[in-house]
Design a protein around this ligand. Sequence first.
Ligand code: SAH
Length: 373
Amino acid sequence: MSPGGQAERETTPLGREIAARIARHGPMNLAEYMARVLTDPQHGYYMQGDPFGAAGDFVTAPEVSQMFGELLGLWCAETWRQAGAPDPVLLVELGPGRGTLMADALRAVRRLPDFGRAIRLHLVEVSPALRAQQAKALEGLIDPARVTWCDHLADVPDGPLLLLANEFFDALPLRQFERTPAGWCERLVVEASGGSLAFGLSPPDPRLAVLVPAALREAPASSVAEVSSAGLGLASDIARRVSESGGAALIVDYGYDLPDGKPTLQAVRRHEPHDVLEAPGSADLTAHVDFAALAEAAAAAGAGTAGPLPQGRFLEGLGIVQRAEALARGATPDQARDIAAALRRLTDPAEMGEAFKALAISHPELGPPAGFA
Ligand code: SAH
């Protein structure tokens, strides 16, 4: 037991490394902690293999149904046409997971050979194990000579761009600031007794207020602001790219229009909530995406933005109901039931339809991309 009477948290080799680092260099902010837990080359959560699916920790939209990737593929083709059909065009996916979304997208655009020929595919992925799965998922769908894996978007060359990111921004490191009666403080990870980890608070620091989103600057005491400089930097980089070279990006994630002062960082293991500081590296860490902040960063970098729209409305605008009907026509009764259930899961406001949102970042003269008109 720790002095506070709380049971000590379970640790891992990564947890011990983090505790040792804190002992040497002092408390760690949550962004450093998240980066370490998710992408540490040896022990990071995403480096250990395949967290997806019913047997894994969570299920994402492309794993729910092929319809999701198909519609996003058609969104890319439509946006490409709208942008004047540039050839070549960089097709970029951030965090492709198992490669399911991209495989379904490429399958859906097979009947558009001009678009297919123009594509230079760049997959931004940290995990070697997931890169291998992505390569396998794409077999037969694209010439391997036209596929490149990168660690960062910065490694992708400039050029007309179509970019997809589903459940990527929620995994980017963020810092948490807490309003106290004495001012804004930062929530930190500290070492508790026995080398386990605990939350601490920095002294109040007026400079932190500058980082807090304007909507929360005067929020009541104990409000928490979450700020992902990695996410904002990426939105800004995407915006600069599409503004200079043309094209558009589609960001889909769970998140909010405006922050409400409640912390959203959470850990999930085997579909169940998990303590953020317990057994680091064994559970996924995610936070809700601040779409207003992403849109603002993109606009400041010169791009047009559309949305965020609830995922359900966005997919309906792209024709998911018609796609489900078409699939059901050739299906067995069991399959038809599965298709109807997947449609509900992706679009019903009580399921993924409202909590997930879609935001487009595009060349300022492109006009609203498909699904946003
Ligand atoms: N888009 C997929 C997977 C979402 S999970 C889907 O919808 O199913 C997040 C993905 O991003 C994983 O592939 C993970 O390995 C990758 N990832 C997480 N953090 C990353 C980072 N900082 N840089 C590159 N890839 C990252």
